[in-house]
Design a binder for this molecule. Sequence first.
Ligand code: GDP
Ligand code: MG
Length: 364
Amino acid sequence: KSFQLMADLIKLEVFVAPHQAIEPEIAEKLCEMHGFVFEREKREKGGGVHKEKKKVKEPKAVEHEPEEKLEYRAPIITFMGHVDHGKTSLLDYVRKSRVTKGEAGGITQHIGAYHVDHHGHPISFIDTPGHSIFTEMRARGADVTDIVVLVIAADDGIMPQTKEAIEHAKKSEKTIIVAINKCDMPGADPMRVKTQLMEHGLQPVDFGGETECVEVSAVTGQGMEDLLELMALQAEVLELKANPRANARAAVIEASVQPGKGPTATVIVRAGTLKTGMPFICGPYAGKVKSMFNDLGEPVKEAGPAIPVEVIGFAELPHVGDELVQMKTEKASKKLSEERLQAKRNDRLQRPKMSRMEDLMSMV
Ligand code: GDP
Ligand code: MG
């Protein structure tokens, strides 16, 4: 009955006369109040009316892969620790290249991700400039890290960012390996670092605890073999698997606009295999893999689970922590993009109205 609808509308702060038109968003709420599902119809050019097409199916989550389709994948290891304690240098040593020297002032400008083979054990690494990225990814459920290597300079000991890293690693229940770095320095005191670790709830194996600590030097290479062995061993314990033939999914760990390339992102594949030409959705934006580059800057056509690659072909700059998900067709990815963008707009439209509703309620 119209008087009933008018009364309902007043509750929504909409005041109308009996034959007045209302906005679709309002109609949707009215329908909801009475247990109906609101459907939009589009007017075609000829004046006819047709129902809007069915919604695009959201791709299914990684976790639902059947066990028999899973294959072993490389561990994804993140280096964390206080600035200047040697994260980049250690990674660099592992890669046998010299990224540190190329960096402006020796400071990590962006995160990098690398993939190496250690005596037949593939390992992927992420170098973090700070912890914001880690927090961000965890908040979005896109945290790809399996093992945290906590880097502590033996001459400096536990510092504020080391404490933060310990907190993050503990909260997300990651396996932690401690790399006590700069053991070549005259002031190096690994014992002091281990004692400090105890104070922060990490019991070194030497002291009867469970935290593996390795004394290393990124300069002399001391202890590096042991560190790599330990990573491979811990990875084995974790039994990390993914289905390389699943619908491809990858986490964005870095995004920027590159001159001549447009919006690009470094992603780490979580499941399936990314391929050039593949249409995808990333956050609310559609895209298509135009080209991909590995950690050495070489073009690649495919990237399987745990492999980091730079992807070109985003319609817009994605966010760190966004998930790139393979779509069947470009059409489907564009449609899903429209839907997600529309949902975002609706969200923004509804928020101020809701707060007015709350004001109204508080007056009652
Ligand atoms: P990050 O900020 O943790 O990535 O630290 P960097 O890798 O940029 O290293 C900071 C500085 O410490 C650089 O000048 C490195 O050359 C130096 N450094 C790193 N590891 C070692 C090490 O094992 N021994 C010595 N003596 N210096 C190191
Ligand atoms: Mg660095």
